[in-house]
Design a protein around this ligand. Structure first.
Ligand SMILES: [Zn+2]
Length: 153
């Protein structure tokens, strides 16, 4: 099973592989004590198709609570640098929310605006996936960020 997400009006298509979807499922905040988890998304780009092959995190150095997730920025940059030579591009971020159908918070939107500085942009925007507690795909929120605008997918 994989999930295909067309990027708005562009011809670009993001494919979330089963391995990535399984990683998301593992960290859903189904129990009261579960804290937010998150990480980065890496993919290969072939023409207009972006296949997300890896979701990293959470890391022991991230700061996590029930309602917040602060990634280790140095570890993030290291992940980007390590993967770039093998053709795995930084595509965006993911994290969980303790709500069935998740929506980005103001902080999430601010972080995505800042994200533009994190890496060269390989596609028309950076992807944000938020993982809620409802089963996939309705429990997944996807949006695309170019530093100014947010496109809901
Ligand atoms: Zn959030």
């Amino acid at each position: 099973m994989s999930l295909r997400i067309p990027l708005g009006d562009s011809a670009e298509l993001v494919i979330l592989t089963d391995a990535v979807l399984e990683h998301f499922r593992r960290y859903r905040q189904l129990r009261k004590r579960d804290t937010e988890a998150g990480g980065q998304l890496f993919g290969r780009i072939q023409g207009q198709t972006i296949t997300i092959e890896e979701a990293t995190g959470p890391r022991s150095s991230d700061i996590r609570s029930r309602y917040s997730y602060v990634p280790d920025r140095k570890a993030e940059q290291r992940e980007i640098n390590e993967r770039f030579p093998s053709g795995l591009h930084f595509i965006g971020d993911w994290h969980t929310h303790p709500e069935p159908i998740p929506h980005p918070s103001g902080t999430d939107l601010d972080n995505m605006r800042e994200c533009v500085n994190k890496s060269r942009r390989a596609i028309s925007g950076f992807l944000l996936i938020i993982v809620g507690t409802a089963p996939q795909p309705s429990g997944l929120h996807a949006s695309l960020h170019n530093g100014k605008d947010t496109l809901l997918l």
